[in-house]
Ligand binder design. Sequence first.
Ligand code: HEC
Length: 120
Amino acid sequence: MSRHGLAHAFARVAAAAALLVAVSVASGTGALAAGQELGKVLPTRSPEKVYSSTCGYCHGHNVGPIIRGRGLPVETIEYFVRHGNGAMPAFRPTEISNTELKALAQWISQAPVDAKEHGQ
Ligand code: HEC
């Protein structure tokens, strides 16, 4: 490899390393979801799955208010999930991805009342 070629190759490696650092900072690699391996992207879960594993044990079980069947606005649901409120914790994009949240908020907004749920 010529001197020039070597310098070029080095510049490319440096750029790739810088990009990797930027990506891991942006995605907050320090905060992996439970069971997630470093460098592995978790598959997108269905709204039903996210609701039953993350929301449903409070909402529908007397901890939080009933949120299905009320036609809550999508934006309101998204806001509560990202910011939390009182006893409700906030969820980060590493826990519920933006794609999952969009689908989840839409699903909750349109979901009918579930007679098995109870709460305020
Ligand atoms: C640890 C229990 C808990 C979990 C888990 C939880 N919430 Fe909540 N949530 C609450 C409580 C308690 C409130 C009422 C907070 C308040 O207004 O003081 C609430 C309020 C809300 C509200 C506002 C409802 C209203 O009538 O104003 C929405 C929307 C909501 N939660 C959505 C969700 C979604 C979606 C999830 C799952 C990603 C979730 N929550 C997970 C406890 C929880």
